[in-house]
Design a binder for this molecule. Structure first.
Ligand code: UT7
Length: 323
């Protein structure tokens, strides 16, 4: 059988990091409230010349370099984003062009904060289906452009950035000890669409709109949804919590991450936390967290890694892969 194996990874953040103290000058908030309720100390905010396409391209170039591959050797680009540069064409084709790649195909996936989990799952199906041998999977966002900078309940939470993985087809006998994506579980339920959404769009207001969130409502559902979908990914793989080396969750809120890990029985030393420096970067959050844990030597070849995300829609999902 064929398995999708990670060949390389990369990340990119905007030049400017913005501290909680800077928010104290903009809205009625404090560093203490933000840290206590979310675990966020700072986040990166894109300058005008930094877009989802430029950040995504930088992350893609870094992932290609890490894999020792050129764009010629990629068949497909999948970009997870809810903040495309334009309504259309897909920002993925812009990135394809910026990479100098004029063969193959590219498209965007929109599943908000779960976008990267949906994207690698989709890439895995293209690879196992035989339609692509090497896929560049990118999560890139400029959520700062969607924020209502007068709404203290949302503007302090989000940040911008991008992360990417190169996945490649590899022969496998299908055992859980071999490298590659082992199992995944995806969910969505549109009954929750008004709890976290953007109040504009091309078919309704004709404008971009602003992010709106009933934070407490999202929080209420998050832990149960996250733990359910992870349990389902474990069941599909025939694996359990004790088998994993690293838990790399969506970085929305430190309290949600801690509560999910506690409920699942994952010890804190196996949990990768980057919400303190990135804030919530939506589809970029999981690959950005991965990049930190790879760079500091925690995630190594052969480790069993559990990825998870939950967000607008609601959408939620988990992936188990042997690095
Ligand atoms: O990535 C997609 C998934 N998104 C999430 O996972 C986000 C989920 N939700 C959360 O992370 C949390 O609900 C928040 C961090 C958004 C809020 O934390 P909370 O503990 O649920 O606070 P709350 O909404 O219950 O608000 C508590 C108080 C309120 O004041 P009152 O009504 O008690 O007087 C808020 O008005 O905190 C107030 N508040 C703030 N105070 C200072 C809300 N935002 C701020 C702020 N600074 N920035």
């Amino acid at each position: 059988m064929i398995r999708s194996v990670v060949l390389g990874s990369g990340a990119a953040t905007p030049r400017r990091s913005m501290s909680n103290a800077e928010f104290e000058k903009i809205v009625d908030t404090t560093d203490e409230w933000i840290v206590q309720r979310t675990g966020i100390h700072s986040r990166f905010i894109a300058d005008a010349d930094e877009t989802t396409a430029t950040l995504g391209t930088r992350a893609a170039e870094a992932a290609l370099a890490d894999a020792g591959l050129t764009p010629d050797e990629i068949d497909l680009i999948i970009l997870a984003t809810s903040t495309p540069d334009n309504t259309f064409p897909a920002t993925a084709v812009d990135i394809q062009n910026r990479l100098g790649m004029h063969h193959g195909f590219a498209f965007d996936i929109q599943a908000v904060c779960t976008g990267f989990i949906y994207a690698i799952t989709t890439a895995d199906l293209y690879i196992r289906g035989g339609m692509a041998k090497r896929v560049l999977v990118i999560g890139a966002e400029t959520f700062s452009r969607l924020l209502d900078w007068e709404d203290r309940t949302t503007c302090v939470l989000f940040g911008d950035g991008a992360g990417a993985l190169v996945l490649g087809a590899s022969d496998s006998t299908g055992t859980v000890g071999e490298r590659g994506i082992i199992s995944a579980s995806l969910r969505s339920d549109g009954a929750h669409k008004d709890k976290l959404f953007v109040d504009g769009g091309p078919s309704t207001t004709g404008s971009i709109g602003h992010l709106r969130m009933q934070g407490r409502e999202v929080f209420k559902h998050a832990v149960a949804m996250i733990t359910d979908v992870i349990t389902s990914a474990f069941e599909r793989a025939g694996l359990g919590v004790d088998d994993i080396d690293w838990f790399v969750p969506h970085q929305a809120n430190r309290r949600i991450i801690d509560a999910s890990a506690r409920k699942l029985g994952i010890p804190p030393e196996k949990v990768v936390i980057t919400v303190d420096r990135h804030g919530n970067t939506s589809a970029a959050s999981v690959p950005l967290a991965l990049s930190v844990a790879i760079a500091d030597g925690r995630i190594k070849k052969g480790d069993l890694v559990l990825l998870e995300a939950m967000g607008g829609g609601f959408t939620w999902g988990a992936v188990l892969l042997r690095w």
